[in-house]
Design a protein around this ligand. Structure first.
Ligand SMILES: [Fe+2]
Length: 256
């Protein structure tokens, strides 16, 4: 008699397995005052140095209201506008899960904030980086569409074992991109918008390269996780970068 073999496969991970409640009520007065300090510092520093669409998003989402924003309140504005919605996660999520979320117009936000002693150093993105840095641009219709497309490209690239290709496109536009606006250099990327030190550095340092953004250059330009970038890619305009990324197919991405 054949012995019955029972194989137990681990259930496939789903993006929503990674969600946690934001637990907004658990943020302390100190947490909220750290947000207010970071917000005031970045707006003072960057008031005229962010692309105008970013500033529009800050106003639309009322991010200048004191304290850490509640995810539900942001979603009440964001979701009807562009179909994006913010969800809370406990920290970084795996790349395949992250791109799956983007492809569904879901953006993960850390459910914690840095301490006052860590204002300028972060081991993992906190809710200031995620909410202040990312969400304003997701209220812009064309940029919102581009980020969803990056999510689909990411899933295809990871399936082909080439995830780094789309990670570099994401990094050099959504996270650390610069852009020209009426001939002036401005900050587009969330990693710059939410960083006091690197925002200045990216705009003003003589020690970095600033090269025109195109998808081919982005795919072929490595980046640093652990230090300021040695080079930044500059979009000739937000519209051009959105159009270039939206025109990118998985097949072409893998052939670059
Ligand atoms: Fe980010």
């Amino acid at each position: 008699m054949l012995q019955e073999t029972i194989t137990k496969e681990a259930p496939a991970r789903r993006w929503d397995d990674f969600l946690v409640p934001q637990c907004w009520e658990s943020f302390t007065a100190e947490d909220h005052s750290v947000w207010d300090l970071l917000f005031a510092r970045q707006v003072e520093l960057l008031g005229t140095r962010l692309v105008s669409e970013f500033l529009d998003g800050i106003d639309l989402l009322r991010l200048s209201h004191p304290g850490i924003p509640e995810v539900a309140e942001l979603n009440a504005v964001l979701e009807p506008r562009t179909g994006w919605r913010v969800v809370a996660v406990p920290g970084l999520v795996p790349d395949d899960i992250f791109f799956d979320m983007l492809s569904k117009r879901v953006f993960p936000v850390g459910n914690f904030i840095r301490t006052r002693e860590q204002l300028d150093y972060l081991e993992a993105p906190d809710c200031f980086h995620d909410l202040f840095g990312h969400i304003p641009m997701l209220a812009h219709h064309d940029f919102a569409e581009m980020v969803e497309h990056v999510g689909r490209l990411g899933l295809a690239a990871i399936a082909a074992g080439e995830g780094h290709r789309v990670a570099r496109i994401y990094w050099h536009s959504v996270e650390f991109g610069l852009a020209l606006e009426r001939g002036e250099l401005k900050i587009l990327g969330s990693g710059l918008a939410s960083s006091f030190g690197e925002a200045h550095f990216s705009l003003e340092s003589d020690e970095v390269e600033r090269l025109p953004f195109c998808v081919e250059r982005a795919v072929n330009t490595p980046y640093r996780h652990d230090a300021f970038q040695p080079r930044y890619l500059v979009s000739s305009s937000l519209e051009q970068t959105v159009a270039d990324v939206l025109a990118l197919t998985p097949e072409r991405l893998l052939a670059i």
